[in-house]
Design a protein around this ligand. Structure first.
Ligand SMILES: [Zn+2]
Ligand SMILES: [Zn+2]
Length: 762
């Protein structure tokens, strides 16, 4: 039989985020438009398509696969190959294939799209006020996925049987809900119920929603609301009593609460939003964005005591939209947990653990597979800087600049813990897990790793871990049987994470400032000047080390660090000593002189603590880095403050803050405003850091500087240091998608392990 002139058949393998994002109906549509026959289906690696027809139409099809992909798709690669024509008459969508190695990328959860929002608010629509409306362009993804390929049967929607109307949408390639796995309606999908603290059901469906909104709006109630990745605790943001009650019941003394506001305009009335903040706020991943609070913003003081900024987010699920519409006021929406426990995500657990916190529980019957907190970021130098990377970001893959020759797992640090699995050039960083100190977080960490290994078909052969021998993540890594361990120094992990995120493999100077990290010499590092690349590093300078009187206790009581630095500088601060109590002060000063119960530390975070205690009189903190946050907030009140305290640099690149401490103490004694003292201290650290980096860069013959570590969450410090380095013609890299704090460590460890494997293989 003669082959028709110009007729061809091509198979194309499409990789990237192409499942659960309306990719197959899109393929179906363009194939039909171009008059092509063939088929498309999901499989473990993404989407596989074959088209047959006119040769020019096939070329046009291949071009449009990438160019016109649907909004939530992220096509990483299209690999076409010629096939023999079969004379197939039409184009079809086939069922998913299973078997082999899954490599399809699960999409993150995505905010309700404009089309669904319009239907939600349309009284004539069959999903009017239906809190679980979604389509192929929006809705839950990662938080409901149990396994791949991404199909309804392998999500937490499996138990809901679609009604005829939903089924028709689901099966119609021309419909916006074609193969929308969480597709549902009031007749067949999940539904709400409102439960009292005693467990009594107080309302169902829309009645539950309206009652919850009314209790929030006028009752001063605290309501536990089940969302996409876990529970929130909600109350009116402008109600001082409700917020104070929430704070007391949650045992959270000072850590700021996030707010949910119905629109960007509404958010703009509470905080100053620049263009970048606004774009992030309205983006499909809907993070919490930190922005400067307006004076007189109608927000209770107890929402964010001592902070110059508020964390705001927009509604991202239909339930949130309805709740905000009905309540008519901005709401506190903070993680549903008590103290530092991980966010609650199961109904029974919520009713048990949040019983003493919430007055009401707004529950629904769609299970959450993976607990996922809200992501948090702020804008620094006009770019996003992640503080917590979770919902909306996870499980987006992150490229490794040096591909992993063997599949690997990286276990991260201890606080703000995350993990990372990697295969080839791709790494997947897990959601924020939190402080590994308690059993519940450790379980979450272990389960999360197992889930990611299955979802992304990573069977690790190598495990990267922190050098700290008593981190639970290190213990877990070493427990993992016959995996080859790769120890990565903490601050090298920070440096590598930032280099890898920016696809940089050449050596750079890294100023890595944080609270605590285990140094190669056994002391506590945290004010480090490194020169290194992904494979290794050299410590070329650091903050002068002092004793940390009482070890860990000095983290909770910053006055101990002030005492140590004052002693080192030979300076007295009688007012502070009096506040602490003469005897206690003398005992701690004694500790600061000797090695007993007082490890040496070069931590920049601890220096910020010391200055926070000196200038703000902050004696105790309830979360790590609190003194630094307050110091930055104070500095923001004195934007024009001139002068920097002296912070000299020795010949061997040691930053010596003794004169800084002396000058700050003198200003405190002279009654200078705290804002001015805080600003002068920030200027001093920025200048000394820029100078030290410039000298290190010259010495090593490199021109790139990385600023990372938790201390660089401080916008004032990061921007001023970066500007000075830029003026010195150095290229500055700051973390963006991965946090500068320990939430970025796992990715850095993975990048180091991959680079070392490649270097060893030569
Ligand atoms: Zn939608
Ligand atoms: Zn239905």
């Amino acid at each position: 039989m003669a082959v028709l002139a110009g007729r061809r058949r091509v198979r194309a393998r499409v990789e990237g985020v192409v499942q659960g994002v309306g990719f197959r109906p899109f393929v179906y549509r363009i194939a039909r438009e171009l008059g092509l026959a063939g088929w498309v289906r999901n499989d473990e690696r993404g989407v596989l398509v074959e088209v047959e027809g006119d040769s020019a139409a096939v070329d046009a099809f291949l071009a449009r696969l990438e160019a016109d992909a649907p909004p939530l798709a992220a096509v990483e690669r299209v690999t076409p190959s010629e096939r023999l024509t079969t004379g197939e008459p039409s184009f079809r969508i086939l069922d998913s294939a299973r078997g082999g190695e899954p490599d399809a990328l699960v999409a993150p959860d995505t905010a309700t799209c404009a089309d669904c929002l319009a239907e939600l608010r349309d009284p004539g629509d069959r999903r009017h006020r239906y809190p679980f409306i979604n389509c192929t362009n929006c809705g839950p993804r990662f938080t409901i996925v149990r396994d791949v390929p991404y199909d309804r049967a392998r999500t937490t929607m499996a138990a809901f049987i679609m009604c005829d109307a939903c089924r028709r949408e689901y099966e119609d390639p021309a419909d916006r809900r074609f193969h929308a796995q969480p597709n549902a309606c009031p007749d067949c999908g999940p539904s709400l119920r409102l439960v009292g603290a005693g467990g009594a059901v107080l309302g169902l469906r829309d009645e539950a929603l309206r009652a919850a909104a009314a209790a929030l709006a006028d009752g001063g109630a605290v309501v536990a609301v089940k969302g996409l990745g876990g529970f929130h605790l909600a109350c009116r943001a402008d109600d001082e009593d409700a917020v104070a009650a929430l704070r007391a019941r949650k045992h959270r003394e000072d850590k700021p609460f996030a707010l949910m506001v119905s629109s960007a305009e509404g958010a703009g009335r509470l905080v100053a939003l620049g263009g970048a903040e606004r774009r992030l706020l309205e983006g499909p991943d809907r993070p919490i964005v930190l922005a400067p609070r307006h004076d007189g913003a109608p927000v209770a003081r107890a929402v964010a005591p001592g902070c110059a900024e508020l964390g705001v987010m927009l509604p991202y699920s239909p339930l949130h939209h309805l709740l905000l519409d009905d309540a008519g006021v901005p709401l506190v929406m903070t993680s549903g947990n008590v103290s530092d426990e991980p966010i609650v995500y199961e109904d029974d657990d919520a009713l048990a653990r949040l019983a003493a916190v919430a007055d009401l529980f707004l529950l629904h019957d769609r299970p959450i597979q993976t607990r996922t907190d809200d992501s948090v970021l702020r804008v620094v130098r006009g770019r996003p800087l992640a503080l917590r990377r979770s919902r909306g970001q996870v499980p987006r893959s992150q490229a490794l600049p040096v591909a992993a020759r063997r599949p690997l797992l990286a276990c991260g640090a201890e606080l703000k813990s995350t993990f990372c699995v990697a295969r080839g050039a791709r790494a997947w960083v897990g959601p924020h897990v939190g402080d590994l100190a308690n059993w519940e977080t450790l379980r979450s960490f272990r389960d999360g790793i197992a889930h990611f290994e299955r979802l992304f078909a990573v069977t690790p052969e190598v495990v990267a871990h922190d050098l700290h021998p008593s981190y639970l993540s290190t213990a877990y890594a070493l427990e993992r049987g016959d995996l080859v361990p790769v120890g990565v120094q903490h601050h090298h992990g920070h440096l590598a994470a930032c280099l890898a995120e920016h696809a940089e493999t050449a050596p750079a100077v890294g100023a890595v400032f944080d609270g605590t990290g285990y140094g190669t010499d056994g002391t506590v590092w945290g004010g480090e000047l490194l020169v290194g690349d992904l494979v290794g590093f050299e410590r070329v300078g650091h903050l002068r080390a002092v004793r940390m009187p009482g070890g860990e206790q000095a983290i909770r009581q910053p006055w101990r660090m002030a005492c140590a630095w004052l002693q080192d500088a030979g300076v007295r601060a009688p007012a502070l000593a009096r506040r602490v109590g003469a005897e206690r002060w003398a005992a701690v000063a004694q500790l600061a002189r000797g090695a007993l119960a007082a490890p040496l530390t070069s931590s920049m975070g601890r220096l910020f603590d010391a200055v926070g205690a000196l200038c703000l009189g902050r004696l105790e903190v309830t979360f790590e880095g609190q003194a630094a946050v307050e110091l930055e907030a104070a500095a923001a009140t004195a934007p024009g403050a001139r002068g920097a305290y002296p912070l000299p640099l020795t010949a061997d690149l040691v930053l010596d803050p003794r004169p800084t401490i002396a000058a700050a103490t003198a200003d405190v004694a002279a009654g200078r405003p705290a804002g001015v003292i805080a600003a002068r201290f920030h200027h001093a650290v920025a200048r000394a850091t820029a100078q030290a980096c410039a000298r290190a860069a010259e010495g090593a013959g490199v021109s790139t500087v990385v600023l990372s570590g938790g201390v660089f969450q401080n916008r004032l410090l990061a921007e001023e240091t970066a500007a000075l380095l830029g003026a010195a013609r150095l290229r500055v890299l700051l973390p963006e998608r991965l946090p500068p704090n320990d939430g970025g460590i796992a990715f850095g460890q993975a990048a180091v392990a991959a680079a070392r494997l490649a270097a060893r293989a030569g």
